[in-house]
Each structure stands twice: as C-alpha cells, then as structure tokens.
Design a protein around this ligand. Sequence first.
Ligand SMILES: Nc1ncnc2c1ncn2[C@@H]1O[C@H](COP(=O)(O)OP(=O)(O)O)[C@@H](O)[C@H]1O
Ligand SMILES: [Mg+2]
Length: 279
Amino acid sequence: MTVVALCSLKGSPGVTTTAVALAAGWPSGTQPVLVECDPAGRDIVARYRLDLTPGLVTLAAAGRRSGDDAGLIWQHTQRLPGGLPVVAGPPAPGQARAALVELTSGPNGPLLRRAVSRPGVVVIADCGRVDADSPALGVVRDADVMLLVAGAGDDALAHLAVMVRPAATWSPRPRLVLVGDGYPTGEVTQALGTTELGIEVAARIPHDPAGAAAFAGKPAPRWGPARSRRGQATAELAARTARDALITPPPWRWRASQTPPGAHDVPEFTAPSTHRILP
Ligand SMILES: Nc1ncnc2c1ncn2[C@@H]1O[C@H](COP(=O)(O)OP(=O)(O)O)[C@@H](O)[C@H]1O
Ligand SMILES: [Mg+2]
C-alpha cells in the first residue's frame, strides 16, 4: 500500500479539491481510498452530503479494540458518486486529535497501514492545514509522499519561505503543488530554494473555478471535469505521484538536504485512464 498525504501551510489553497481530484484520477489498476484527516473540517462530508458515520472516528475506535484488522478500513468508508471510497472526517476537532493519533501511533501500531491489508491500495489523506502542533502531522510524517499544496502569490510565498525548510523534513518525498495564478513556477522554486531542500514541484494547477467546483460535489461543467484545465493538471499530478510513490524508499535515513540517488530514475507508468467520481 501507499500513503499520499496532502497538506497546506497557509490559507485554503485547494488541498481538499486536489485530494478528491487526485483520488478520482488515480491510475487504474490500484484502489484509491480518500481519508479525510483535516481536524478543522469535514468538507468532503459536507460537499457530498455524506452520513456522519461511519468514518475516521469509528475506524479509530475499531482499531483500538482489535490488533487484527486487515481490511478494516473498508467497513468505515462511504462512497462518493461514481464509487470512490472515502473515510469521513471527525465531526469535532476534539475527536479529530484522538482519532488521528490512533491512525499512526495507537496501542496496536499504526492503524492506517494495518487497516489496509491488500497491496495496490493507495490512501490519499487530506490533512488540511498543518503546523508543528497539528494532530494530522503524524499522518504526513508517516506518508510515502507529501504533497504540499500552496498558492503562488506574494502572501502565500512569504509564508512558505519561512515554513518550507522545516516542512521539507516531514517527509522522505516532499513535493510542492502550486495552485492558481502568481509567480512563474521557476521563480518560486528559485526563491524558496526547493532544489537544495530536496523538494520537487509535482504540479502547477491552474486557476479554474468551474473545474474545481466539479470536484466539490457541484454539477460538472458541460465539457466534464476530466477535460477542464484543473482536471487535466490533476490527472498529470496523479500519474506523476503514482510513479513517484513506486520508487523504492532509500535504505538509509534521508536528510532533507539530500535528494536520494535514483530519485529521478523513475520507471514508466501508464497514464490515468479513469476519473472515478465523474457522473
Ligand atoms: N484550481 C482552482 N481554481 C479555482 N478555485 C479553486 C481551485 N482549487 C480549489 N478552488 C476553490 O477554492 C476553495 C477552497 O478549496 P479547498 O479545496 O476546500 O481548499 P483547502 O482544502 O485548502 O481549504 C473552494 O471553493 C474550491 O472550489
Ligand atoms: Mg480542506
């Protein structure tokens, strides 16, 4: 299994939208499951009018009771239109902390990995806005790939410049996803020094309100979200992240300043073919 964690450091740049689009556009042949880990809100529940349970809280409670829970996650998912399974987020921030701790460091071991037994399952975790005290940081740290979603305007970048160095140490594969208008990608990476920090830019997602709305439970635009500029960009992001996640983790303890040898030596991967939540 693979865990891909999405998070932001400031504002609301589009983490949830990107997480839904990424799961929906994940290359066929694997089983994506979306897990809403954002302690600040259950936007997926609200946008798709999901039930309050089952979800993260029931999953955590079940994991606490048992040490043998291979496949447990499937008993705690609901379905988005089109069939994408999602573990709904906790209703209140207080419940979020306990449930999130359970996911990565409960008494019986890291539940998120225990609960998914089958190979080929890809957990897409929406961790929302995180900082050093966030209860979702454990999920980010435990993930195989971190997608840091950020705007590319002045205020977003001013904050990123301060936070990006510690954030780069949260993951063996820190990746930056820039959303919307602002500075050109090359200028952003140069200003932030991402190469030195071992952070690759995974995608530049265009400003595209209609495309974004289609991944937020709103009716799809006439041409379909898969064809929208945003849909295209996230399809490319899905293919790239899938390929990225297949790279064998480095056998040594990585340092943020290092790019592991071979990290750019990626195998071919088939392009995404399905968008599972599309009507
Ligand atoms: N690429 C985009 N272009 C335009 N609007 C977007 C884009 N991505 C997200 N949005 C919109 O921005 C708002 C916040 O998105 P959301 O994914 O909920 O952000 P976050 O999870 O970071 O808080 C939503 O109204 C969403 O439709
Ligand atoms: Mg969100």
